[in-house]
Design a protein around this ligand. Structure first.
Ligand code: 5AD
Ligand code: SF4
Length: 471
């Protein structure tokens, strides 16, 4: 069998059938009129929510200003760590009370948590007030599910066992008119020993490069300034099919579309090729920012995590990236208190942070996930020890971030203006190419544009600057 034949998009006829259900739903005499989507977790989920919103609007619903006012509340969940899961379930349970006062309220739950083994049964038994539940692998069937729930007054709990499909052609309601997500691949094959993602998002499936380029060309025509390419492991784009296009080659083609800025996440260090580093250096559309999760600075822990690189390999990748793109900003993800992590092994992570000097780091306390290998390992770490470690790491990283921010004073950066600053309505804010927030004075009409800014000061989390006129 041709490799490409293994992963086909859902046939267009099936999407058409769903859109017919959507039209049928829109024509119902009595149906929910408004919706609100509560999104948890990563960008992939945020983008799925844009597809769900697009579908719901096609079904005739309009966005409610808050969940308290919506007829249909859909929770798009995350299960990467225990707290994400608890938060989602807590919020769903809270709606149970609202439903007592407003019986027509429809409650939905979807996303990664629903896809967890055993969750469908739990929802059936313990969450009888949930009307619709579906996984990440069948979001395209929302019209069919809602129609059943409303017209036939049936509960729908539908979780596909396997995720071997690609979903193309759903309507998308994009949150921003100038900064958009584009999925290039779904799933993950890596099975890092702590991670639930491969179990809930399935194996790697890369989209056809032609579909990706068509989507980006359309966004470019609409005036979009920046796209974020999404995938759990973008560096292995194309490995699962025979289109013969690698990730660096895809970036090269995307560069030709004329889209001003391109970002991508997430990259796995083991798959970061020299070819990609070269493309970073020559492709003007690629932002000089690289998110490169390392997770730990200790080789034994990295091995236990099944990351398949060493601290030395990581450092080599960083060196090569910086040699090719001297002003690149690198960020990372770090996990502390992995089972069996000793104090000395934790200190290796602290030492690596001093050696690499990331612009920023997302830091997490290891959270056991049922079904993963690490959850069965001996030596789970005491929560107090874990808290102390993460605090120490955050403190050190904050210091490094501060020093990097200070060193940027006096430089000129290009900022894509995204809106008003949070604390001061008279200020604008946006991200530099290096993915650092920059605040400066300016007029509303600049929102959605890329402007040059001279950096004049640095605070803990943002840079401050002045717009450079006449450029
Ligand atoms: N516990 C803590 N952090 C985790 N991550 C993934 N799984 C877990 C877990 N079980 C972190 C990793 C990953 C990021 C998205 O979430 O650092 O890069
Ligand atoms: Fe999880 Fe590892 Fe895949 Fe990232 S690469 S999604 S951490 S299994």
């Amino acid at each position: 069998m041709n490799k490409r034949d293994m992963i086909l998009p859902i046939p267009p006829a099936e999407i058409d059938a769903q859109m017919a259900y959507a039209d049928q739903f829109a024509a119902l005499a009595e149906r929910p009129q408004t919706y609100f989507i509560v999104t948890y977790g990563c960008q992939m989920n945020a983008h799925d929510s844009e597809k769900l919103a697009g579908t719901l609007e096609r079904m005739g619903l309009t966005a409610a200003p808050c969940k308290e006012e919506a007829d249909f509340v859909l929770h798009n969940t995350c299960c990467i760590r225990d707290n994400a899961e608890r938060k989602a379930l807590g919020n769903v349970t809270w709606l149970k009370e609202i439903k007592k006062q407003r019986p027509h309220l429809l409650i939905g739950i979807c996303g990664c948590m629903v896809q967890e083994p055993g969750m469908a049964e739990t929802l059936l038994r313990r969450y009888p007030f949930v009307d619709v539940a579906f996984g990440t692998g069948n979001i395209h069937r929302l019209p069919e599910f809602l129609l059943k729930a409303v017209e036939k007054r049936q509960r729908v709990i539908a979780v596909p066992e396997e995720q071997s499909t690609l979903i193309e052609g759903l309507p998308i309601k994009r949150e921003s008119s100038f900064q958009n997500y584009v999925t290039i691949m779904y799933g993950c094959n890596n099975f890092c020993s702590y991670c639930i993602v491969p179990y809930v998002r399935g194996r790697e499936r890369s989209r056809n490069p032609k579909d990706i380029l068509k989507e980006i060309e359309n966004l470019q025509k609409q005036g979009v300034q920046e796209i974020m390419l999404l995938g759990q492991n973008v560096n292995s784009y194309g490995n699962d099919n025979s289109f013969g296009v690698t990730f660096p080659q895809l970036l090269h083609e995307i560069g030709k579309t004329g889209i001003p800025r391109v970002r991508f996440m997430t990259s796995h260090p083991k798959d970061l090729s020299d070819e990609l580093i070269e493309e970073m250096a020559v492709n003007p559309a690629l932002c000089h920012h690289f998110h490169l999760p390392v997770q730990s600075g200790n080789n034994r822990i990295l091995d236990m995590m099944n990351r398949r690189y060493t601290r030395e390999i990581y450092l080599d990748r960083v060196r090569k990236l910086r040699a090719a793109v001297p002003d690149i900003g690198i960020s990372t993800d770090l996990i502390v208190a992995f089972p069996g992590e000793t104090e000395t092994e934790f200190e290796d992570t602290l030492a690596l942070s001093n050696e690499v000097r990331w612009d920023s780091a997302f830091t997490f306390i290891y959270s056991p996930r049922v079904g993963t290998k690490a959850a069965t390992l001996p030596g789970q770490i005491d929560p107090d020890v874990a808290s102390r470690r993460i605090e120490k790491l955050i403190h050190q990283q904050d210091q490094i971030t501060q020093e990097i921010f200070q060193s940027l004073i006096g430089t000129k950066v290009n900022v894509l203006v995204s809106g008003h600053a949070r604390r001061d309505e008279t200020e604008l804010t946006g991200k530099s190419e290096r993915n650092i927030s920059v605040n400066f004075r300016g007029t509303q009409d600049l929102i959605g544009h890329i402007v040059p800014v001279q950096i004049t000061a640095a605070s803990k989390t943002t840079l401050r600057g002045e717009i450079i006129k006449g450029e």
